[in-house]
Structure formats: C-alpha cells, structure tokens
Design a protein around this ligand. Structure first.
Ligand code: SF4
Ligand code: SF4
Length: 349
C-alpha cells in the first residue's frame, strides 16, 4: 500500500480504537524496558534511585521478540534506565536483527565506543534517541549528574557521523525543558543542526517520573514564575523554527501545551494514545501503562495482554486523564481532526 494510505489508515484506526476503546490496530512498536539501572544521576529522574534489580532475562526478551515478530509488529524500542548497562545488550540487538525487526534505542550515549557503534551500524537499529539537556558542557553535566557526560555524548555523535557512511540510521536528540536549561534551548537547536542530527524533540520536566500524572508546582526543576517571560520568548522562537520544517520533532500544538503546562494553565483538548499506539513492557515483565499494569507476560502472551480486559480498563482511565504529562510520543494532535489530517497527508504537509 502507498505510504500515504498506510498513514491515513493507521490514523483512522487509532482514532476509532480510542473512541470505541477497542484496539483495532496493532501497536506500532513494543517498548522493552530492559533495566532500571543507569550509570548517570539525572536531576529529573528517579530510575537511578530505584534499587530494584528486577530485569527480564535474555531468554524472556528473546521470547518477547519472537512473539512481536509473529504478531507482525515491525519494530521494537529498547529503553531503560540505560540499555547499555546490560552486558547482553548486543545479544538482544543481534537476535532482533536476525528477526528483521527494526530497533529504536533510547540512550544517554555515554557508554558507547567505536567498536559498539560499528556493531550498531551493522544491525537493524534504525534510530537512536539521545538525551541532550544543555548546549554547554557544564549545564548538561549538572543536569545529568556526572562530569564528562557532555563530552562523551559529543564523541559518540561524532563517531556515528564518521562511521555511518551510507547507512540511514537516524540520530535524534530529546531535551527535557527545565529551569536549568531554559536559556540554552535555542543554542541547543543550533548545536543539534551543527552535529547533523535528524531532529530535536522537547518534553517538559515531569514532577515525578515514577508517577507521571503527579503535579508539584514546588518542584525546583520547574520554570519559576520569574522566568515565565523568558519561557514565552523561547517557546515563540522554537515555534518559529518549527514552522520552517520538521527538524523540531514537536507539533506546534504540543509546544503551546508545554507553555501552558509551565504556567499551570488548563490544557486544551489533548488526546493521549498511551495504551493504543504502542505497548510498553516494564522490567518486571508486565505490559505497562501510567494507569497501571495490563497483565503479567509470564501468564499471557503480549498479544493477549494487549487485548485483555485489564488493558481495556486501563485504557478507559487513560481516556479520562486529567493530568497530561505531555510526553510527545503519547499525544497526537493528528487524530483530533481526521479530515484535516487526511488532507494534510495527501498534500504531503
Ligand atoms: S540517563 Fe535516563 S535513566 Fe539514567 S538517570 Fe538520566 S534520565 Fe534517568
Ligand atoms: S497524558 Fe497519557 S501517558 Fe500522560 S499521564 Fe495522561 S494518560 Fe498517562
């Protein structure tokens, strides 16, 4: 099928899945959270404080990949914690590569060297999502809790650029907007362009990343009232850059929502597709959503868990979410107005 028809059909499928609370389309990807462990100590993250060593075994992960492949899902996301702290990470990548599954990896990019980067380039990894939180080394290192992290990220990106040759592997960065880096966001966009990255996507700092629905206006990482004027100016500039092309991964509506989120203003009409668009497997082996687990994959297949009554109940709660976390991957403005979105796709916008 032509890619435009595929995109329209998926968009319609998602829209009606959410409307009817009945998954009419398969998840586009399955995210496997490989670990909670991490080698960094980011200010906004609670993963590294989590002492749980619970992780899926290599055998279980291979079994999940088999199921994903059999179900006809073409991609998996490997995330953490930091995926590269796992000693068997390349066994996992190799296994998914043999099954022809496209892999997206989210990483802090501090544990990669030339040999590992070569292996990644020669695998079915199609996209690497790198965290970058400052245009200056001191800002990134302060936020990430480890000196030398920025330098390591720069070396990793440089090495990818030198080695990737004709390989179309995409390197994207994600930046968490917070008080500590607000004044550097425009420079970060410039840096991402200089580094020949494919895109940069912003997300606002969440107040509690173990419960992304929680709000705490006293969170010291939030943008304080005294800096809201600066935030308006910065968001306006990002929107202007976004209007010129898709290098900024957020939609304009999403950027406007980030502005409102920091001002603690009500957010307009945000539809969350968590639990509809893609599945997330936690290190404890459960298909997971912010509203709670679906069911344990020791007892169920991924597909049955996705179609289960528990999943339906959690999706009902997701539809009623009153504290949107603004994770860009969950929110879709495309499906709000199907007709307009269809016209946009047909026009190639
Ligand atoms: S690199 Fe990621 S997982 Fe590790 S501490 Fe930072 S935000 Fe958390
Ligand atoms: S917006 Fe979606 S992912 Fe975020 S807290 Fe609400 S239901 Fe969960």
């Amino acid at each position: 099928m032509h890619w435009k028809l595929k995109k329209i059909s998926r968009m319609g499928g998602l829209y009606f899945s959410r409307l009817l609370n009945k998954p009419l389309v398969k998840p586009s990807t399955i995210t496997i959270t490989l670990t909670n462990r991490c080698n960094l100590y980011c200010m906004m993250c609670d993963h590294w404080k989590n002492k749980s060593k619970e992780e899926l075994s290599l055998e279980k992960i291979k079994n999940i990949i088999d199921q994903v492949s059999k179900w006809g899902i073409k991609g998996i996301d490997l995330s953490g914690g930091e995926p590269f702290v796992r000693k068997d990470i390349f066994d996992i990548i190799q296994y998914a590569t043999k099954k022809n599954i496209a892999i997206n990896i989210t990483t802090n990019a501090t544990l990669l060297d030339k040999e590992k980067i070569e292996k990644l380039i020669n695998s079915s990894v199609t996209r690497i999502q790198i965290s970058l939180d400052g245009a200056k080394a001191e800002t990134h290192d302060l936020i990430r809790g480890k000196k030398g992290s920025f330098r390591k990220v720069m070396e990793t990106i440089d090495c990818f650029n030198k080695l990737k040759g004709e390989n179309d592997i995409k390197l994207n960065v994600t930046t968490v907007i917070m008080k500590q880096n607000l004044s550097e966001l425009i420079d970060l966009i410039k840096l991402a362009k200089e580094l020949k990255l494919n895109s940069i996507t912003f997300q606002p700092v969440v107040d509690d990343n173990l419960d992304i629905r929680r709000r705490n206006m006293l969170n010291p990482l939030r943008i304080p009232n005294s800096q809201l004027g600066l935030m308006d100016k910065v968001i306006n500039e990002i929107i202007e850059i976004r209007k010129k092309g898709p290098f900024i991964g957020n939609s304009i509506q999403h950027l406007e929502s980030i502005r409102k989120y920091f001002k603690n203003q009500p957010l307009k009409r945000i539809k969350c597709y968590a639990g509809f668009n893609f599945g997330v497997i936690a290190p404890n082996g459960k298909l997971w959503s912010c509203m709670g687990d679906f069911s344990n994959l020791d007892k169920e297949t991924v597909k049955n868990s996705w179609l289960s009554t528990e999943a339906r109940e959690k999706r009902e709660m997701i539809k009623k979410c009153k504290s949107p976390c603004l994770y860009p991957c969950y929110l879709s403005s495309n499906t709000d107005n199907l007709l307009q979105a269809t016209i946009n796709i047909l026009k190639g916008k």
